[in-house]
Design a protein around this ligand. Structure first.
Ligand code: PNW
Length: 447
């Protein structure tokens, strides 16, 4: 139980925004309801061999129909902030043109429900569900997609802007680049390095144009990018390793951070890509001014560190979670938070994702004991607290995720939620971590 006598050391600042995060395709289901168009993730998940067990987001956690129950769960947890994403294909089935009122109405109802429960919404405009029609026209390889994104964003600002205090533009551009266009294990499933970095540039351009659309439309909300940052450490002490690690950091972090927050792409990455790369050829005069349009906050998502060898390969240094890419290293969060606070002018920071998958299933009494999630979150919150004590302007912390959901290529097997979802019945069960998190929120300190 929370006891203020335990001392002030792990208390968070007053008004700290405790939250949880989700994204549309991962929880909503209702893939064909109310005029929703198809996205690249519908196409990808319905292509044999692309996702584990052929899982798709057709039904997911059926949040589209059960959002009231889910709002009540958020209230029960005491969340102060809820991060979700708006599905572009619900707003514009083909990615352009007149908005679909029924799609907007769903988010209006969700926002009203958050408002009634005194939970601050944080809305992500793009969490990877690109309308398939835009993919057919070239997707993010096409510069035009950045402009279509800005139009969609303007439509959403118009319709919902009065209800959203904080907007996030593109969720994890790096994951689209790396998983969608380098490894190909996410939609659209490509293996094309030259295309990948042109996609990076267009995602950054789309971000900047969306920021301008908010300012231009007289929007009152705050806006920023949502970047998953990976602290990169040398695997050994060799000079070559240090150089390889620095370049690796350029591709993982500075490519996205510097373009938005300094108005330039990192020289080492541009030199490595070379003047003939599609990305370098695709950068036009004025693009970096658009990309670096002033933002109000930086949303940081932290999951894992990366250890880099002299050859520029990754090696594993710490035990992993059920996700083989995730090494458990809470101190990496301190390093990344203090670094961005130092290097990027103390912009307000939010942690918009942090979490892990655990092998959860209900016990005989029906409860779900995810002790591993509690210790993971406790460790990461302790580190976040240390960063705040060191002066990092951190405003919020969002657990990934509120609910078990469609974990992309991994399907439903990986369970990332504070709340267990029994998919056949769609029954929700608060895991032990959810009960623990509720105490943390109520006490405003780590318990
Ligand atoms: C994020 N990596 O993706 C996404 O924003 C979520 O939609 C997703 O469910 C969550 O993290 C858990 O995976 C990531 O390889 C995907 O380092 C891959 C990595 C990191 C984050």
């Amino acid at each position: 139980e929370a006891n203020p006598e335990d001392g002030p050391e792990l208390r968070f600042p007053d008004g700290f925004q405790w939250g949880a995060a989700t994204s549309a395709y991962q929880i909503e289901g209702a893939a064909k309801d109310d005029g929703r168009g198809q996205s690249v993730w519908d196409t990808f998940s319905h292509t044999p061999g692309r996702t584990r067990g052929g899982d798709t987001g057709d039904v997911a956690a059926d949040h589209y129909h059960r959002y009231r129950e889910d709002l009540d769960l958020m209230k029960e947890l005491g969340l102060r902030s809820y991060r979700f994403s708006i599905a572009w294909p619900r707003i514009q089935a083909d990615g352009t043109g007149q908005p679909n009122q029924r799609g907007l109405d769903f988010y209006r109802r969700l926002l009203d429900g958050l408002h009634e429960r005194d939970i601050a919404p944080m809305a992500t405009l793009f969490h990877w569900d690109l309308p398939q029609a835009l993919q057919d026209a070239g997707g993010w390889e096409s510069r035009d997609t950045a402009h279509r994104f800005a139009d969609y964003a303007a439509t959403v600002f118009d319709a919902l802007g009065d209800r959203v205090p904080t907007w996030l533009t593109v969720n994890e551009p790096k994951t689209v680049v790396q998983n969608g266009y380098l490894s190909g294990h996410h939609a659209p499933g490509r293996n094309d390095p030259d295309a990948a970095y042109l996609v990076a540039h267009h995602l950054q351009l789309g971000h900047g144009l969306a920021v301008q659309a908010l300012r231009g439309g007289g929007g009152t909300g705050r806006i920023g990018p949502a970047l998953n940052l990976h602290p990169c450490y040398p695997a050994d002490d060799a000079a070559d390793t240090a150089a390889a690690t620095r370049l690796y950091d350029g591709y993982e972090n500075r490519l996205y951070l510097d373009s938005i927050l300094k108005g330039s792409y990192p020289e080492d990455v541009l030199a490595d890509l070379g003047p003939d790369s599609r990305m370098v050829r695709g950068i036009r005069d004025g693009d970096l001014e658009i990309i670096s349009s002033p933002v109000d906050l930086l949303a940081v998502q932290y999951y894992t560190p990366i250890y880099v060898t002299a050859d520029g390969d990754q090696v594993r240094r710490w035990p992993t979670s059920e996700a083989e890419w995730q090494q458990l290293y809470p101190d990496g969060l301190f390093d990344i938070l203090t670094r961005v606070a130092r290097d990027y002018d103390r912009l307000p920071l939010s942690i918009t994702e942090n979490g892990l998958p655990t092998p959860d299933r209900p016990g005989a009494d029906g409860s779900v004991d995810d002790a591993g999630r509690i210790s993971f979150l406790r460790d990461h919150l302790t580190v976040a607290h240390r960063a705040v004590a060191a002066g990092v302007p951190l405003e919020s912390f969002h657990v990934w995720s509120l609910l078990d959901n469609f974990e992309w290529a991994e399907g439903y097997r990986q369970r990332w939620g504070l709340v267990y979802v029994d998919y056949p019945s769609q029954r929700r069960i608060l895991k032990r971590s959810a009960h623990w998190y509720r105490e943390v929120i109520a006490a405003n300190r780590i318990v």
